[in-house]
Structure formats: structure tokens, C-alpha cells
Design a protein. Sequence first.
Length: 195
Amino acid sequence: MDAITLTDGLSCLALAVALAACAGIRAWLPLLLAGILARAELLKLQDSFAFIGSNKALALFAAATLLEILGDKIPAVDHTLDALGTVLRPAAGSLLAASVMWQVSDPLTALALGAAVGAPVAMAPHAAKSALRAVSTTFTAGLANPVLSFLEDVFTVMLFVLAILVPVLVAATLAVVALLVARRLHRRRAVVGAA
């Protein structure tokens, strides 16, 4: 593997990780944005995933994004969406990750790599979001959840833009945050175990 191929490969992997993280917060919005960019030929997709920029896919992603964003502002509905998100967000993360692995010529290999990378990466922000929502619901009776939902919308768009512009930086930042969280959880378990 020469330096250019290695650089391209790392860039694709970083983009896959960053986009999957976006899907961990909102399942449909990153797919819609990726489809729009692919349609405008601003985002290179693996050939077998070109359908993401098709009219039908964009219409589906737009409708699902609208339902997800609006439904997430309604306190009773947001919990149902979070439960569905446990399945949808890793699937969306896998699809996004696989779609940007344009260096992989075999679509099945791209899908397998996308699932291996995208699903666990999408689950991390999903779990954090669910935990934050549980705390918000407990302490504000769900009244702060629509505000949190709006902030999640903004954060998803910002993370998506950064993922497209500087994927390696986003992926590295996500890795550092994950390590810090894991370290803190390990310390907390050690303190609880010693008590």
C-alpha cells in the first residue's frame, strides 16, 4: 500500500467514523445530508451506495428526518423514538460508514466494514444521549427535553459539517473522548468496588 492509498484509506475510515457518530444522535438527518452532498457530487460514495443520493432515498430521508426532529420535541414521543433509535441509529451509522468506503471495491466488504465500524460508533453517542435524556426527564419532568432535542439537531449538523471538512480531526477527537470516558468509568467502578 503506497502513501497516497494509505492516506486515502485513513481519510475514508475517519469519515466513516465521524459520520457514524452523527447517526448516533440523529438517524435520518446525516443520511439526508450525505444524500444531498452525494447528489451534488460533493461527497464521494462507494458505487453500490449511490442510491443514497437518489430522488426516492432523498424523499424518504427528508420525511423521516422531519418526523424524527419534530417527534423528538414531544416528551412522550421522544422516549419511543429513543427506543427505536437503539436499532435505527447503529443501522444508519453502518450504512453511512459503508457508503463512504469508496476505496473498497466489493460492496459486501464495504458493508461488513461499515457495520463493524459504524454500529458501535453510532451506539456510543446514542447511549450518551439516552442517559442525558433520562437525567433530564428525572429532574425536569421532561420539560427540558425539547431544548435538548434542539441542541442535538444543531450539534448533529455541526458534527456532520466537521466530519466532511476535517474527518481525521473529528475521528481523533471522538477516540480521545471515548478513552477519557472509559477511563473515568473504570475509575468509578474501582471506587465502587472498593467501597
